[in-house]
Design a protein around this ligand. Sequence first.
Ligand code: GRF
Length: 198
Amino acid sequence: MNDMVILISGSGSNMVALAQAAQQRHWQARFGAHIRCVISNRPDAAGLAKARDLGLHTEVLDHRSFKDHPQPREAFDAALAELVQSHQPRWVLLAGFMRVLTPVFLDRFEHSVMNIHPSLLPAFPGLNTHERALAAGCRFAGASVHWVNSELDAGHIIDQVVVPISPGDDAQSLAARVLTQEHVLYPRAVERVLSGQS
Ligand code: GRF
C-alpha cells in the first residue's frame, strides 16, 4: 500500500501536478498509490476547489482555531496527525503547506513526509527564496524535494531541478519559472520513492 495524503495551504498547483501524474502514470495500478485526501490548514485555500474538481476528497483543519490553546502549535499538530492517520496513508506529501511541523506530528509519520521547496537546498531554506537567490547574485535557482524532519527544510534531498536565472529576472518571474519546473519535479521525485529508488 502506497496511499498518500497531500497537505496544502494555498493555490495547490503542486497538488494538481501530483494528482494528474497519479492518474496519467497509473500510480494506483503500478504502485497501489491512491491520493486518499487533500487537507488544507486554510479554509480559503484555492487548492481545495481544484482538488474537488479533480474528484479528490478534501478536509480543512484551520490552525487558527487552536490559537487559544496553551500550546497552539502542538495542539494543531496532534489534531492534524489524527486527521491524516484516519486516512491511513503510507506517504504524506507537503505541497505548499505553510506550517512548520513539530515532532508531535513528525514522530507519528517517520520517514514518510516529503516536501517541495523552491530553492536548491541546502541554499536558502525558509521563506523568500527567490529574492534571496537574486540578492546573492546566483546564476542558478531551482527546487528540491526532500524528506521532512524537525529542522526547517533540512531533511535528506530526494531530487532537485535547476533553473537558470536570466539577467532580467525579478523574484516574480523567477518564481513563476521555478514553479513550472516544480510541477515536473514533484511527481518525478514521488515516483522515485514509490518505485523504491529513493
Ligand atoms: C511552491 O513554490 C512550493 O515550492 C512552496 O510553495 C509554493 C506552493 O505553490 N513550498 P502551490 O500551492 O503548489 O501552487
